[in-house]
Design a protein around this ligand. Sequence first.
Ligand code: DGL
Length: 273
Amino acid sequence: MAATDSIRDYAIGVFDSGMGGLTAVQELNRILPNENIIYFGDTARIPYGSRSRETILRYAAEDVAFLRQHEIKMIIAACGTVSSMALDTPIVEDMPFTGVIAPAIEAACSATKKKRVGIIGTPATIKSGSYIRAAAATHPDVMIIPQACPLLVHLVENGYTAFDDPVTRLVAEEYLTPVKKENVDVLILGCTHYPVIADIIGDIMGEGVRLISAGAEAAKFAKKCLMKQDLLTSRSEKGKNTYYVSDSTEMFEENARYFLHEEVHGDVFRSNF
Ligand code: DGL
């Protein structure tokens, strides 16, 4: 059935535990500039990555319910942790949906020549084995080397993102050295916060290692999905991003520039939970 024009002009709903999902928004703005985006960042309850599966799924259900209060035509879980839990437990079934795992695995496994892919993520993501299972299902010839990086989210959230930041570099070296030793030629940034420090990660891994942003790959997948379902907007003017957060809007406005490289003043609102 052809989509009505009004549904086509609904927004794309994106959520994350905090600001990391903005790496997906940035890519959506680049490849789908006419689409409206409703973003929800659960900044009051971040981090999700150190919580139990039950809690993460409960939070995710509430995030989805919040997005559903708006006119949306698709949902992107732009959070590696939620996407990992949603691999076995579907969280959206009545409209197009994607997490970040399958799109990132597809991009990484297509890019690796050595058939050795590293994946870094939160403790919950790595413990779930989500990336390993997704790769085994579609690219069983590719070896996945996982590494949890518990401290990186906190460093990014607190603005320790400069290329020469000694603390972030030290912590990243600690996590990445074992992955580098495994001779990977592709590294998935399996948590949506990590692209903000991609320059540090890339510098440590070395030139021969390609970095894949899970959030950006989810955005590309979302475009394909909307095209396939004839749900792309017919508008020709630039789309609008509207952001909702469960904690301080000021803090979000201040830090969003690390992710988006632009100001979001005036477009950020407090959610009702
Ligand atoms: N957004 C989460 C992810 O991509 C990282 C932050 C958190 O732990 O909630 O896994």
